[in-house]
Design a protein around this ligand. Structure first.
Ligand SMILES: Nc1ncnc2c1ncn2[C@@H]1O[C@H](COP(=O)(O)OP(=O)(O)OP(=O)(O)O)[C@@H](O)[C@H]1O
Ligand SMILES: [Mg+2]
Length: 291
C-alpha cells in the first residue's frame, strides 16, 4: 500500500490508481496545500467532488499486476502491469476488445485467480497473505459474482441454487436469510418459479436467480462478467437497472465487464483494457473504445 506521500511523489492517480509517469499531460489539483495528479478529466472531476474519499484506502487495489498463462516458450502475457483502484460504492465498467484481458482482470479483483507478479489488496490487506480459507470466506461473504453463463446447478431448483452461498458461508439454516431470499424471489417476479429447475426457466429468469444467488450473503461488491451478454436488450437492461438500483440505494460496489457501450456509459468510471494494459483518461460517461 502506498502512503499518501508516495502516492503524490510517484504521481499515482489517487482515483483510478494508474501510474502517471508516462502521461505528461496529467492534470494537477491542489487540495489542502498538496498537489495531486490525475490521468484525465474523469478522475480529476471525481476527486473534486469527494476528495476525502480518494485520500482513503481503496476497496480493491491492484498494484503492478502481471498475469501470464503457460510455461517457457509457450508462455503468454495477458496482463502487463495493471495498477487500478476500485472504490467502495462506485459503479465501474470494464470494456475493451475480445481477448484484451477483461475477464482475467476481473478474476484478479475478485480473488478467483492469482497474479503472476504484483499485488492485490482488499481494503488495504494483501490478498496473497490470506489463507485459502480466508480468501474463500471473503469471496463468499464480501464478494458476489454474476457471469455471462448463469452457472446454475441443473439438478437443483431455482431456490436451492440461490441458497448455495449460504451453505458455503455456514448460514444454511439461517431462517432470516432464507425468509429474505423468499421475499426477493417474489420481488423480482420469480415467486411462482422457485421450485423450477434451470432448464424450465428462460435466460432472463436464470440470470435473475444467479443474481439472487450472488446477493444472498449481502456482499459489499458485485462483480459481473458480461452479466447481460446472453440476454436480449430489454431483459439485459432490466437486469442492469436492478444492479444500478443496488448500487444507488444500498451502496453496493459494482464492477461490470461489458461489450455494451450503453451499459458502460452508465457507470461512474469506465476502465478500458487494451492488450493487457489500461488506457488512461477514462472520462466519466464517455467510452473511449468502440466495437
Ligand atoms: N486459463 C487460461 N489459460 C491460457 N490462456 C488463457 C486463460 N485464460 C485466458 N487466457 C487467454 O488470455 C487472453 C485474455 O483472456 P480474457 O478472458 O481475459 O479476455 P477478455 O477480454 O475477457 O475477452 P472476451 O471479451 O472475449 O471475454 C485470451 O487470449 C485468452 O485466450
Ligand atoms: Mg471475457
Amino acid at each position: 500500500m502506498h502512503s499518501e506521500h508516495e502516492r503524490m511523489e510517484s504521481k499515482i492517480d489517487l482515483v483510478c490508481g494508474m501510474h502517471l509517469k508516462e502521461f505528461p499531460h496529467a492534470l494537477t489539483c491542489a487540495y489542502k496545500g498538496k498537489h495531486y495528479h490525475f490521468c484525465g478529466e474523469g478522475c480529476f472531476e471525481r476527486f473534486k467532488k469527494n476528495p476525502e474519499k480518494y485520500l482513503g484506502v481503496p476497496f480493491i487495489h491492484l498494484e503492478g499486476v502481471y498475469k501470464s498463462f503457460g510455461h517457457g516458450a509457450s508462455q503468454t502475457s495477458i496482463l502487463k502491469g495493471v495498477d487500478v483502484h476500485i472504490w467502495e460504492g462506485d459503479f465501474v465498467s470494464i470494456i475493451g476488445p475480445s481477448g484484451s484481458g477483461k475477464s482475467t482482470l476481473l478474476n484478479m479483483m475478485g480473488l478467483l485467480d492469482k497474479p503472476t507478479k504484483g499485488k492485490v489488496l482488499v481494503r488495504g490487506k494483501d490478498a496473497s497473505k490470506l489463507t485459502d480459507d480466508a480468501a474463500a470466506e471473503l469471496r463468499s461473504t464480501v464478494f458476489g459474482f454474476v457471469f455471462q453463463q448463469y452457472n446454475l446447478i441443473p439438478w437443483l431448483n431455482a431456490y436451492e441454487n440461490a441458497t448455495i452461498p449460504l451453505v458455503f458461508s455456514g448460514h444454511a439454516d439461517d431462517i432470516a436469510r432464507r425468509k429474505l431470499l423468499d421475499k426477493r424471489f417474489k420481488e423480482v417476479g420469480l415467486g411462482e418459479r422457485m421450485t423450477h429447475k434451470p432448464t424450465e426457466l428462460s435466460g432472463g429468469e436464470q440470470q435473475r436467480v444467479a443474481l439472487l444467488r450472488a446477493l444472498v450473503n449481502d456482499p459489499a461488491i458485485l462483480f459481473g462478467d458480461e452479466p447481460t451478454g446472453n440476454l436480449d436488450s430489454k431483459t439485459g437492461n432490466m437486469l442492469l437497472d436492478s444492479l444500478i438500483e443496488l448500487n444507488r440505494t444500498q451502496g453496493k460496489t459494482l464492477v461490470i465487464v461489458t461489450h455494451d457501450k450503453d451499459i458502460a456509459e452508465r457507470a461512474d468510471e469506465i476502465i478500458t483494457v487494451r492488450d493487457g494494459v489500461l488506457v488512461p483518461d477514462h472520462h466519466v460517461h464517455k467510452a473511449t473504445y468502440t466495437e
